[in-house]
Write a protein that binds this ligand. Sequence first.
Ligand SMILES: [Zn+2]
Ligand SMILES: [Zn+2]
Length: 158
Amino acid sequence: MIMVKINLEDLKNNGSIFIEKELENLSSIDEEFLKYLKVSFQVDFIPDDLLISKGTLFVELNKICDICLNTYIHKINIPFYREYFLSDLGEIATLNLTEDIREEFWLGLPIIYRCKYLCKGLCSICGVNLNNQKCDCEKDNIENNPENPFNILRNFKK
Ligand SMILES: [Zn+2]
Ligand SMILES: [Zn+2]
């Protein structure tokens, strides 16, 4: 597993550190599910005590659309923002951000996954994916429905 660590002495000397890293793996995230992850952020030292880390997680997930049930790649950018006080961190030489990145990752995931904003889903009658093809179910259903007032009229005429 790749860790994201900051050398605190370097950070204090330079004032800020920029980190951009592709992570092949992040603890407890299923590799089948996580296709790609890149972190890109800056850590600033605000004397005498504050560290601010701010940036983005670029994420690609192998997902199944909740609406049409097709597999697709879900791309999201998750903002990353954390503050640390040196006085809270104690006597450490490096700050390990891996766990915080992992936490932001989970918090940043959507509740509903859809392959596109206006996914049309599946026909509830024949099951075709309405994003790719049309079906006549809806139309047939209206024409053959005995409750349809136009059908009642049509039968009446006969
Ligand atoms: Zn879909
Ligand atoms: Zn249909």
